[in-house]
Write a protein that binds this ligand. Structure first.
Ligand code: PMP
Length: 402
């Protein structure tokens, strides 16, 4: 007798692990869905400007990769990464002031996977992680999966208040310190030189891995370059990189630069996760970098984002009511706004959507709650004209409500 599948199968009763059921979907990804509706101007994402993707170069290099590397570009490859690419990454890092050997490198599917691999390798349920308050919500999502607990450290215009870090280490014995030291997501703030030095000193003193998630360092369009945490701290620092903001996020190429004893462990975790990162994407970026295209391309990105940041700042001055403050980042993709106390950016969002503009409200970036009166505006993805119009729409909303 044939069994009736529809009658007997109840996937809704299957025993999904409780810690997975407790996970929340990414609020940013939800808002991004709304943002893709026609006529909606989105300040919600950290999406690069699509007009900047180097499509002609990538098209040409796709052909070259197939001609030059043939089947190797489509074959399984090493978990650490495609060897010539790994060598090139080590060389570029060394040239930027962080002596790096091949053995320090692991290629990942974007910086997000780099965070995820580090979380997998270090965090047991209930472990503490020191984070900035606010911090990158994608990192919180990755850490949440492993049931981390957080020690949020307050920030000012110079980054996290490092004097709070030492006391927190003594109290909570955290497994990791996680920072986005350059043009932080969500605030756009960069850590000052003094704080960088002090943070590395604390991490070294207590021998706690300092994770520097660093997608935005190269997108500096004003001010003086900052010293990288890795350049100060060497093996004390695990640095996470990505080509998402400098070439294209869809290729999903990032990498980890960490101390050798840890890289072997991360390599095992990478194997458990996905064996290795796309060989084709690695060859593509390898050629893009090797052919000397990346640095001039980054210059174009910087010029574009500088204009967009300036447009956004100017429009905010013009259209926003008083009582609202915002950051003035020297790089990266985001401005961070504080509305008057008691005004909820989350509650304002439905009306913003009616007016045809979206943003990400700030509260999900706070690991211990709070931040209801904050919002993040991304300026990289919309056009200059849309920035002017979108800020005007938000201004109308805020004039109505404040
Ligand atoms: N870390 C930070 C701080 C980010 O802002 C982002 C992208 N929004 C990521 C990691 C993930 O980037 P990727 O596309 O390389 O996975």
């Amino acid at each position: 007798m044939a069994i009736s599948v529809n009658e007997h199968v109840h996937p809704e009763k299957w025993l999904i692990a409780p810690h997975v059921i407790r996970l929340e979907t990414s609020i940013i990804r939800e808002i991004l869905k709304i943002s893709s509706q026609p006529g909606v101007i989105s300040f919600a994402g950290g999406l690069p400007a699509p007009e900047l993707f180097p499509l002609d170069d990538l098209k040409r290099i796709c052909g070259q990769v197939i001609e030059t590397y043939g089947p190797a570009a489509f074959q399984y490859s090493l978990s650490r990464g495609v060897p010539p690419f790994v060598g090139l990454l080590a060389e570029r890092a060394s040239n930027s002031g962080c002596p790096t050997e091949r053995e320090n490198v692991l290629v990942t599917a974007g910086a997000h996977q780099a965070i995820e691999l580090v979380a997998r390798a270090f965090i047991d349920p209930g472990d503490y992680v020191i984070v900035e308050n606010p911090t990158y919500v994608g990192a919180l999502q990755a850490f949440n999966y492993y049931q981390a607990r957080y020690v949020p450290i307050e920030m000012d215009r110079e980054g996290m208040l490092v004097e709070q870090v030492e006391a927190s280490i003594r109290k909570f014995s955290p497994k990791l310190i996680y920072t986005v030291s350059n043009f932080q997501n969500p605030t756009g703030i960069s850590m000052s030189e003094g704080r960088r030095q002090a943070l590395v000193e604390v991490a070294v003193k207590y021998n706690i891995p300092l994770i520097d998630d660093n997608p935005y360092r190269e997108i500096r369009f004003a001010g003086r370059p900052a010293t990288q945490l890795k350049a100060i701290g060497g093996d004390a620092v695990i640095e996470l990189h990505t080509f998402s903001k400098t070439v294209a996020p869809g290729l999903r190429i990032g990498w980890i630069n960490g101390p050798k004893p840890v890289m072997g462990q991360l390599e095992k975790v990478k194997q458990c996760t996905d064996l290795h990162t796309s060989s084709f994407s690695q060859y593509l970026i390898y050629e893009f970098v090797k052919q000397g295209l990346i640095d001039p391309h980054i210059e174009k990105i910087k010029a574009n984002y500088l204009e967009k940041r300036n447009t956004m700042l100017h429009s905010l001055e013009k259209h926003f009511p008083s009582g609202i403050s915002w950051t003035n980042p020297e790089g990266g993709l985001f401005l961070w706004l504080e509305l008057p106390k008691g005004v909820s950016a989350k509650d304002l969002l439905p009306r913003a959507i009616e007016l045809g503009v979206t943003y990400v409200y700030g509260s999900p970036f706070f690991s211990a709650g709070g931040g209801e009166n904050t919002m993040r505006l991304g300026f990289s993805n919309p056009t200059v004209a849309d920035i002017v119009e979108g800020v005007k729409r938000l201004g109308t909303l805020l004039q109505e409500r404040i």
